[in-house]
Design a protein around this ligand. Structure first.
Ligand code: HAM
Length: 442
């Protein structure tokens, strides 16, 4: 006989449960509040997109697209993928809805699940959640005439986006948040392309001493070698040419202005020349934020500038900058490093209505409706219970009060409210009781 095996959540996915979900809720609400103060509105793109969107935007040679996407052939034989990130979707939506006709820049944020088939470990899941934001701006036709002004504007936008994440992390009191920044220049011979050629030839010379992954990357994506965490590769990486020494004048000016803008805003940063990021669409600014209590997967946020991506996807010339926060990691860091309890989310005032008798039932249902309408959390047992049993359950549920309603109390119009923490009791008429609880709740 076939044994009945238990169903389990798929590897790398998990159920988020109360009370932790109260913390998720608070974190999401705070994001909405903070982002709104910077003028961002919410976009909710679909979870499914055509595979080609990610191949083109994120890059066919990246780990994300070549190894980690959940891709399937839909019934009409088109290749469809679960989104591994949302920047590509936001750019697609910008084009699809002609957002270049809206007042510029367009500032959008999103929250939701992303999917990558990575090896699961602490802080790394196959279904994980991001809180992200993007600023997109149609490039004026005459922009080239005033290049210096454009560079100054872009660096100020970059700095404000970074300031927004840091403000959010401050508000959440995220422990040990550290911002790393870099510039990876732009795709031209006198800038990143020239640098990558130099990097490649330096890597070729050191090829035999590198691990298999880095050897493979020399051809496909040499910048990613700088990301390597392998112990024995570190001394070699230290000797490699650095991008800052090979930026073109415009990228250099943009990077200097970005640092100045961050200083103006009091945002502390560390320069990290090895910060190259794992997606192909970046140019100039890249940044990452790490936090305490996370072990090896300690990046809670990554982002950067991606001018040209909208155009690559078939849209008009558009500049872009954005970031995505790993919400799972953010929660882990808040819970672990600060020992933050989920109840810090401010539970609702709660009342357990213990009722007995037919008259009491009718009154209890009415009382529950009135209290819930006032925002108070009410537990109403579906069948009558002896008061002793009801009180036991009320304290198990951590209710603040128990309201005792028997047919006598209802007939006399005198209701008993018990405070569970100290066992004290008070008598009220119906209007007095509602007044008292609403007052407590306010
Ligand atoms: P990303 O660096 O691939 O960038 O992801 C951003 C953040 O998502 C990471 O720093 C990390 O916190 C979280 N994350 C990534 N993969 C996982 C995973 N498997 N499990 C848990 N958390 C994970 C992007 O996705 C870009 N779209 C960010 C961006 C927006 N750049 C410009 N605009």
């Amino acid at each position: 006989m076939a044994s009945k095996s238990k169903f389990q959540a798929i590897r790398g996915t998990r159920d988020l449960l109360p009370p932790e979900t109260a913390l998720w809720d608070r974190i999401e609400r705070t994001a909405r509040e903070v982002f709104a103060t910077f003028g961002f509105g919410e976009i909710r793109p679909p979870v499914l997109e055509t595979t080609e969107l990610f191949a083109r935007a994120v890059g066919g040679d990246t780990d994300i697209v070549s190894k980690e996407m959940y891709t399937f052939e839909d019934r009409d034989e088109s290749s469809t993928s679960l989104r591994p990130e949302a920047t590509a979707s936001v750019c697609r939506a910008y084009i699809e809805h002609n957002m270049q006709q809206l007042p510029q820049p367009v500032k959008l944020y999103y929250l939701g699940p992303m999917f990558r088939r990575e090896r699961p470990q602490k802080g790394r899941y196959r279904q994980f959640y991001q809180i992200g934001a993007e600023v997109l701006e149609n490039v004026r036709r005459d922009a080239a005439k005033d290049a210096a002004k454009e560079l100054a504007k872009d660096s100020a936008v970059d700095a404000e986006v970074i300031e927004m994440v840091m403000t959010y992390f401050d508000r959440l009191q995220l422990p040990g948040a550290q911002l790393d920044i870099n510039s990876i220049g732009h795709n031209a011979d006198n800038c990143r392309r020239g640098y990558v050629a130099r990097l490649k030839s330096a890597l070729e010379k050191a090829k035999d001493t590198l691990g298999a992954d880095s050897q493979r990357r020399i051809e496909a994506n040499p910048l990613r070698v700088l990301d390597s965490k392998l112990e024995h590769e570190q001394p070699i990486i230290e000797t490699l040419p650095r991008i800052a020494d090979h930026l073109c004048d415009d990228c250099k000016a943009h990077y200097a202005a970005l640092k100045h803008q961050l200083q103006l805003r009091g945002v502390l940063y560390k320069e990290n020349w090895r910060l190259v990021r794992g997606l192909d669409y970046y140019m100039r600014t890249t940044f990452e934020i790490t936090a305490a209590g996370l072990g090896s997967q300690n990046a809670v946020c990554g982002g950067g500038r991606y001018d040209g991506l909208v155009e690559l996807l078939g849209g008009p010339p558009t500049s872009g900058i954005g970031f995505a926060i790993g919400e799972d990691r953010l929660i882990l860091s808040l819970l672990e490093a600060k020992n933050q309890s989920t109840s810090a989310t401010g539970p609702l005032l709660s009342v357990y209505i213990a009722w007995m008798g037919e008259h009491a039932r009718v009154t209890a249902i009415r009382a529950a409706r009135t209290l819930r309408a006032a925002g108070i959390s009410v537990e109403l047992p579906p069948v009558e219970q002896k008061f002793g049993k009801a009180l036991e359950r009320a304290s198990k549920l951590n209710s603040r009060y128990a309201l005792l309603l028997g047919d006598n109390e209802v007939a006399e119009g005198s209701w008993t409210l018990k405070t569970l923490a100290d066992g004290s009791q008070q008598k009220f008429t119906e209007p007095e009781l509602f007044d008292f609880l609403k007052h407590r709740h306010a």
